[in-house]
Design a protein around this ligand. Structure first.
Ligand SMILES: Cc1cc2nc3c(=O)[nH]c(=O)nc-3n(C[C@H](O)[C@H](O)[C@H](O)COP(=O)(O)OP(=O)(O)OC[C@H]3O[C@@H](n4cnc5c(N)ncnc54)[C@H](O)[C@@H]3O)c2cc1C
Length: 400
């Protein structure tokens, strides 16, 4: 068993770490750099993205022939962790959701024509994208088989889409959309995936949903389809392969959340230790108190468990496995660890932790979505229980 990183992955990780410290943390510390939704303003983002490209650090997860660096999930894990030392990090490297997952799936399953038209502009950073799946009740949420949005074939190799979606991240800024719609009542093969462009008629943003946390660029939107027409050449994979596409996309997309959240959890600890080492009370430095040390030790080992779960899942995904158990375990654990890390860091910082003088309150509000997005923790536990019911003690194995 070898836990070492390959030299090129380690070199990239170190370069990302230095870039975040030198260029991104100063922007994060400057409140004037924030937009009205608590994200980095688009002008400052454009400057940083240009610097990332000039430094040769852009899009590590994409193949070299498309303009990326060609790392697989094992290479992405340590790099994404470094990027999200800053709340603004991943988007500067073109490694933020949902573009990241959308690029991944288009690269995996797109035809050469689809890659050229739909994928390449996202890789280049000239457009943003969205993934359109979830519907308000009684439509599909945790259970995709409840989807109500329909795509029906019309003449001339075209499809017509009607329905309602919500919580579509980035919809107000996106140009390229991946849409999941129902094409038959078959429980396994009833969904199909399509691409559409923001300028196509037949859809509209009903509202940008107000949320508790800071927002991605383009917000989280409710969107309605009324006779959106899509050409059949913009169908992804075969008719009925929508669920399969979602599973391929979500395996890696969920895990990249874990990679990034580990970075935020580590940053929370960093802010906690920095304060604990300089703050004294009752004649004792906070960091010399056993209660505080127990808090820090607790977080340190939970973050390491998260890193191990994430790296094992990354390694399986890179080998072509769906890694469903591994991704679910990582997602549950890292989401909980992120909550605990930022909550503890706020506690150690006292009133300062509750202020906007550090990014802790930002991370705290953001963290609440981690147990919901890309599968609520309860759904991942249900998946694990199903595996356990089938496999019993063989649930835990090593490959040979
Ligand atoms: C910030 C944010 C961004 C998002 N971005 C996108 C996006 O870009 N595109 C997109 O399509 N969707 C997006 N979503 C939607 C997200 O994927 C769904 O919220 C998620 O799949 C859960 O679906 P739901 O909200 O309908 O919850 P429901 O299915 O209504 O479930 C509600 C709750 O019930 C419980 N529950 C559900 N099933 C089970 C079970 N089997 N066992 C036990 N308990 C269960 C869980 O506690 C769950 O939280 C986003 C959501 C958020 C919060």
């Amino acid at each position: 068993m070898d836990f070492n990183l390959a030299p090129d992955i380690e070199a990239y990780r170190i370069a990302v770490r230095a870039f975040v410290a030198e260029h991104i943390i100063p922007v994060e510390s400057d409140r004037s750099a924030y937009d009205e939704h608590d994200n980095i303003g688009l002008d400052r983002l454009a400057e940083l993205r240009a610097k990332v490209k000039a430094a040769g650090l852009w899009a590590p997860q994409m193949p070299k022939e498309l303009g990326g660096l060609g790392f697989d999930q094992v290479g992405m894990a340590p790099a994404y962790e470094e990027m999200n030392r800053s709340i603004f990090g991943p988007v500067c490297f073109n490694c933020a959701a949902p573009d990241d997952g959308n690029m991944y799936i288009l690269n995996r399953i797109g035809t050469p024509d689809q890659k050229q038209r739909w994928l390449q502009p996202i890789v280049d950073g000239s457009v943003r994208s969205a993934f359109v799946m979830t519907e308000p009740s009684p439509g599909s949420g945790s259970d995709p088989s409840m989807m109500l949005t329909r795509a029906e074939p019309v003449g001339n190799a075209r499809w017509r889409v009607n329905g309602l979606k919500w919580f579509i991240t980035g919809a107000e800024e996106a140009t390229h959309f991946i849409l999941m719609a129902k094409t038959s009542d078959d429980s396994r093969k009833g969904l199909t995936a399509f691409m559409f462009h923001k300028d196509q008629p037949g859809w509209r943003i009903v509202r940008r949903i107000p949320i508790m946390g800071p927002e991605e660029h383009g917000g989280h939107c409710e969107i309605e389809f009324e006779n959106l027409e899509i050409d059949d050449r913009d169908r992804l994979m075969e008719v009925g392969d929508g669920l399969k596409l979602t599973q391929i996309r979500l395996g890696t997309a969920r895990l990249t959340h874990c990679m990034r959240w580990l970075g935020l959890a580590k940053r929370s600890m960093e802010i906690a230790i920095e304060y604990a080492e300089r703050r004294e009370g009752f004649g004792v430095r906070l960091s010399d108190r056993e209660t505080i040390q127990t808090m820090l030790g607790d977080l340190a080992y939970k973050i390491e468990i998260g890193r191990l779960l994430t790296m094992k899942a990354a390694w399986k995904l890179a080998a072509g496995d769906f890694a469903r158990k591994e991704v679910s375990m990582a997602k549950i654990h890292v989401a909980d660890t992120l909550h605990e890390a930022v909550d503890t860091a706020i506690q150690i910082n006292g009133a300062r932790g509750y202020s906007k003088d550090t990014p802790l309150e930002w991370i705290y509000r953001y963290a609440r979505q981690a147990r919901l997005v890309d599968g609520a923790s309860e759904v991942h536990k249900m998946v694990l229980a199903r595996f356990y019911q089938q496999e019993r003690n063989d649930f835990w194995t090593w490959g040979v």
